[in-house]
Design a protein around this ligand. Sequence first.
Ligand SMILES: [Zn+2]
Length: 393
Amino acid sequence: MNRRQFMGAAAAGTAILARPLTTRGASFDLIIRGGRVIDPSLRLSAIRDVAIAGGRIAAVEASLAADAVETIDARGRLVVPGLLDIHTHYAREKEGPLVGLSDGVTGWIDAGSQGADRIADPVAIARSAPQPGRVLINIGRGGILPDGDTMEIGRADVGAAKEAIARHRDLVVGVKARLSNAVAGANDVEVLRRAQEVASAFNLPVMIHMGQTVSPLPRLLELLKPGDIVTHLFAPPPNSIIDDSGRILPEVLAARRRGVWFDVANGRNGHVRWDMVERIMQTGFWPDTLSTDGNSMSRTTGVIDFPNVMSKFLMFGMTVDQVVACATVNVSRVFPVFRDRGTLNVGAPADVAVLELRDGRFEFVDNYNNMRTGGQRLFPSGTVLGGKRIPRA
Ligand SMILES: [Zn+2]
C-alpha cells in the first residue's frame, strides 16, 4: 500500500468509527499515544496515535483528539505491528505462547518440535494459545530426538506424517526437515525428499534446517519449491550459504529468486557465529525473516527475547525499520495465517508491540560464546493483542 492509499484507508477507518462515538461515551476502546509508529507495511515511521476499536486498528493519525476507554502512553517508545516469530518451539510447553506474548510476539510457528507420533501435543498448545500459533510437523515421527530425528530413515514416515496432517489440517501449516549431520546423518537428501512428498500432498511449505549437513547445500536447495523456507541461514560450515572465498553460492541466489525464504532462527547451538553473520551481511544477502528458535526457557540463553534478536541485526547494519519489517510484514507473506497481520493498517487485527530502543553498550552472544558489543538494543515494553492490553509476565 502506498502513502495515498494509506491516507484513504485511514479516512475510511475514521468514518466507520462514527457509530461508537454516538453510542458510547468514548470513541475508541484504546489509544496508544505519542509513540514513534514504525510500520514498514505502510512505509510509516513517525510520531502517531494509534486508535483501536472492536479489536481492530481504527485510526493511525498524527494527533487524535478523540477519547478512549483506555490509553497507553507510548511517548519515547516505538509502536510496531505485533511481532511474528516464524521459528519457535513455543508449543513444547503451555507457558511458551505466554512468554512470547509478553515479549511482543502476537503470532508464532512451532518449527517441528514434534512429529506424527505426538503431533496432538503441540497442536493442543497452539489451539489454546492466546495468539495465533501454528505447527510445522517434524518429518521424523518421533520429533526432535537427542540421537537424531531421522538418523534411522524409517522415522521419516510419509504415511504417518500425512495421516497426522489430515487429522490436524487447521493447525499444521508445513513440514520441518532438520538436515544437519547430527540429526539426519547421510539421510539428508532422502529425508527432504520425503518431507516434500508429504507437504506437496497438502500444498504446504517445507522448512529446512540447514548447516553442517553431509550433502552439499545446492543438492538440498534443488529440492525446494517457491514458498519453502531455509532456516538458520547464517549457519557456519560445513555447507553454509557462502563458499570459502566469501561469495554467496549461486544456487542460494537462485533459490531466493524463485521464492524460497531465508530465515535467521537464532537458537542456542551451531546456528549463529558472528564472523559468519558479518561476512554474509557484507555481501548484501540479508535475511527475509528474523526469528528466535526460542522456547519458554530462552530468557536465560542468548536468545532472551525477540526484540533482543532483532537488536543483533542493528549491530550488523540493518535499520530499525528493516528489522521490524523482518519481524512483521515479511513474515505475513510466508504463512497464510499471518496474511492480515504484521501491519497497523486500518482494519487489521489490533496486534501491537510497544518497544523501547535504548542507546548504550550492549553485549550480544552468538551460539559459540563469542561476544560483540552493539550500540542499541530493543526491549519489549508492552503488547496489545486483538485490541486488549496484555499484562507483562
Ligand atoms: Zn528450531
